[in-house]
Ligand binder design. Structure first.
Ligand SMILES: [Zn+2]
Length: 400
């Protein structure tokens, strides 16, 4: 393969998680055991340092029917509101007319926060269910994959363009980035929110690696991509969302004046070796050790007759369950608040999903797959903790 960012052919396997089903494909009972599996491997480009998957599940398979809704968690919705306020206050507070484009706008959660601030809004979202939810709520959403053609057909410029998470799963990376340049006003700001690969590795949060996430950026590597398309970063900050995300700010390259904190991110990456193979090899070794520890914990629970439920059925949880080789013998079910997952079964592990409100009794142990919501989860389960229910976190993110 060639590097998705710089076209180099000098790529080396950095992290190998074996073969896994597409993690977002929660199964209906007749499909159990028939889900296809694909290699899940991160390779590193020797030329530009970008970590990426070397196998692509076709995007039509990946995004046609996904059931993730960003509005379902309060933490994420609050975060989107805070980002919208911050961006508006910093860049466009005094502008009477302003427009915002959200790429991969999901159910419109981010659009709504910008509309509340007086923006004209437009979402672009390929998935059927979330785009329908957004349109039904009056949050204008085009059901499409965003790329340069989509940008031309939209035919207007935006003061703010937002992309949250989507920069991980863009197959048409160069066309999308061109589209952003085309759609960005001359003094516009492109706000990119992405999982920070340096932090994923520091947290041993390998579950963030799954087929939808084709690319794993650090600040240095993202800037290289943007510069290929006439854009450049000028600022970045770390946020606790998903256990460690970057909110990066980019604009047209000729206007981008890098902030001190942006430069500090680059220096920290260089000092850690965060864009080198050795860094990833050490990561692979640590996650193999985590596997041994986690299986020992779960087998200990089983031997003691404790009932263990998974808390949350996030997409990333499937990477963790399948790399560890955990099945229904160790975790009885996954509890989930999203009612669209009722009756479904996790791919690979074949652990059934149950809806949280419909449980009759709590288990002895919650194995928390949605570990990135640790604070929220502990806060809303104080009564269970008081009754002796244990909450085990397979990943413990560093404080931000
Ligand atoms: Zn490259």
């Amino acid at each position: 393969m060639i590097c998705r960012v710089c076209d180099s052919t000098n790529l080396t396997t950095a992290v190998d998680l074996g073969v896994q089903p597409w993690a977002n494909h929660f199964l209906k009972p007749p499909d159990v055991g028939r889900e296809p599996v694909y290699p899940l491997r991160v390779v590193l480009c020797a030329q530009c340092g970008t970590a990426q998957l070397d196998y692509t599940v076709p995007k039509e398979t990946m995004f046609a029917d996904h059931t993730y809704l960003s509005g379902t968690t309060k933490t994420l919705s609050d975060h989107f509101r805070d980002v919208a306020k911050k961006v508006d206050g910093r860049f466009f507070a005094n502008r009477p007319r302003k427009a915002m484009l959200d790429i991969g706008s999901n159910d419109g959660t981010q659009l709504q926060h910008y509309r509340d601030l007086g923006y004209e809004i437009l979402g672009v979202e390929p998935a059927k269910l979330p785009s329908e939810i957004a349109n039904n709520a009056g949050l204008t959403t085009v059901r499409a994959f965003f790329n340069a053609d989509t940008a031309r057909s939209i035919g207007r410029k935006f003061e703010v363009i937002n992309a949250s998470g989507v920069f991980f799963h863009l197959e048409e990376l160069h066309s999308v980035t061109d589209g952003i340049r085309i759609s960005l006003a001359a003094d516009g700001v492109f706000v990119i929110q992405f999982l920070y690969m340096k932090r994923i590795v520091e947290n041993d949060a390998f579950d963030q690696i799954y087929h939808e996430h084709l690319l794993y950026y650090n600040v240095r590597t993202l800037d290289k991509l943007l510069r290929r398309h006439g854009l450049a970063l000028f600022d970045a900050e770390l946020s606790p969302i998903h256990g460690g995300s970057i909110i990066a700010f980019a604009t047209h390259a000729e206007r981008a004046n890098p902030s001190e904190r942006l430069k500090a991110f680059g220096r920290a990456e260089d000092e850690a070796g965060a864009n080198t193979l050795e860094w990833y090899f050490a990561f692979q070794q640590r996650i193999a050790e985590r596997k041994t520890e986690n299986l020992a914990f779960l087998r200990g629970c089983r031997a003691a007759g404790k009932r263990v439920y998974g808390l949350g059925a996030p997409v990333k949880g499937n990477t963790l369950l399948n790399y560890y080789g955990i099945g229904p013998d160790l975790i009885e079910c996954l509890t989930e608040r999203n009612p669209h997952r009722r009756g479904l079964i996790a791919p690979g592990s074949h652990i059934p999903v149950k809806i949280e409100d419909e449980l009759t009794a709590p288990p002895d142990v919650y194995y928390v797959l949605a570990w990135n919501f640790k604070t929220e989860i502990l806060a809303r389960n104080q009564d269970l903790i008081a009754k002796g229910v244990e909450f085990f976190f397979p990943v413990n993110p560093k404080e931000i």
